[in-house]
Ligand binder design. Structure first.
Ligand code: COA
Length: 356
């Protein structure tokens, strides 16, 4: 009889050229480059071009250059979205708004359309809930700069733009994450790319996947001072709760993206950076003592919280910002999935009653 493996650990479901995670050594390669190098040297537009090219069967070198036009195209839709953006949760708003984009069988056009629309919809959602009018995109700006400007209504500082760009590049893809798998399952049925994006957002929304950075900031606020960290963390564990931003399904060492984002957040001189480092050190020590057989180190969400807060995004916008970047990775995987042409359809183990 087949036994179920509910977390699918160790099950290889696809060959991919988009990215690779080495969980033992803490290494992440995205479209042929280490995440450290990509985050230091690439604009988000270049990273988009790279991942789409990695996933696509035919060359798509300059796809990222079309994002400004795609943002402008999405803006045309804003006035027609009505209350589709009026969700309390930004992920719900992004999911609903993306579903309004015109569908097309041209996957690459759909990918550029969705990646361009992400920041327009998320920034508009945030402004509407704050009672402010949405800000139109400026296609001449970089994706990172325009996203910040559309969110705050002000010209962002070069430091904030650089940090936001580094963030968007860093989280653009991460091998077979739950949301990526979701996107690939949807694509494998022959469904359209936008449907795959909408489904993937649903998967990313959960706190075990992309929903943790807001709670990480809540934790830092609750701790307040480095010397309070240990007591607070012990109480949290005693209450049966997990420490947000710690642990990962694949990494057995510190998530390499934590280091990249910690570095990228440094020029923003956030008070929270020093606190975050102290909390990470205390959490690592406590979890090492509590779970000596299961290495639990900081994951990407830990310094995501510090960085996105320091560039001026509200915490409710953290998970949608993750999604804005990951739309590119998901799209690359959809393009790649198309090349296999194979329906993903695993099996289950029936445990219910059988007819006599
Ligand atoms: N704090 C405290 N304990 C943790 C923990 C955390 N952040 N993460 C895992 N553990 C413990 C579990 O309680 C479990 O202990 P047990 O065997 O005594 O029950 C053990 O470590 C293994 O956990 P498991 O649930 O099997 O790991 P996983 O691979 O399914 O979990 C995460 C990975 C990310 C879901 C998990 O580490 C987590 O919930 N982290 C906090 C949320 C978070 O940061 N999410 C963002 C991920 S990028």
């Amino acid at each position: 009889m087949m036994k179920a493996n509910p977390g699918l650990e160790g099950v290889v479901v696809a060959d991919t050229s988009v990215s690779d995670v080495d969980g033992e050594r803490g290494r992440l390669v995205i479209a042929g480059l280490d995440v450290e190098q990509l985050a230091r040297t690439a604009t988000f537009e270049e990273a988009v071009s790279r991942v789409l090219a990695a996933g696509a069967a035919t060359p798509v070198a300059a796809a990222g250059a079309q994002l400004g036009a795609a943002r402008a195209e999405a803006w045309e839709l804003i006035s027609r979205l009505g209350d589709a953006l009026d969700h309390a949760d930004g992920m719900d708003a992004l999911r609903t708004a993306l579903a309004h984009l015109p569908s097309t069988t041209d996957d690459l056009a759909a990918a550029v359309r969705a990646i361009g629309a992400g920041p327009v919809f998320v920034a508009a959602w945030n402004r509407r809930r704050a009672g402010q009018p949405p800000v139109a995109p400026d296609p001449s700006l970089s994706h990172a700069a325009d996203y910040l400007r559309m969110t705050t209504g002000r010209s962002p500082s070069p430091e904030a733009v650089a940090a936001t760009n580094a963030y968007l590049v860093t989280v653009i893809d991460h091998a077979m994450s739950a949301s990526t798998f979701t996107a690939r399952v949807i694509a494998s049925t022959g469904s359209d790319l936008l449907s795959a994006m909408v489904g993937a957002i649903g998967a990313l929304k959960g706190p075990l996947h992309g929903g943790a950075p807001g709670p990480v900031l809540d934790m830092l606020d609750a701790i307040g001072r480095p010397d309070h960290a240990e007591r607070w963390l012990l109480d949290e564990l005693a209450a049966g709760r997990r420490i947000m931003g710690m642990g990962h399904r694949v990494y057995r060492v510190r998530d390499p993206r934590a280091a990249v984002l910690e570095e990228a957040a440094r020029p923003l001189s956030s008070d929270r950076l020093a606190l975050a480092r102290a909390v990470e050190a205390a959490a690592s020590k406590i979890l090492r003592e509590r779970k000596p057989d299961r290495p639990l180190a900081a994951n990407v969400e830990f310094y995501t919280a510090v960085l996105l807060d320091a560039v001026g995004l509200p915490r409710e916008q953290f998970s949608p910002t993750f999604a804005i970047s990951r739309l590119a990775g998901w799209s690359a995987h959809v393009l790649e999935q198309r090349r296999t042409g194979r329906l993903i359809r695993p099996s289950s183990h029936y445990t219910g009653p059988r007819p006599a």
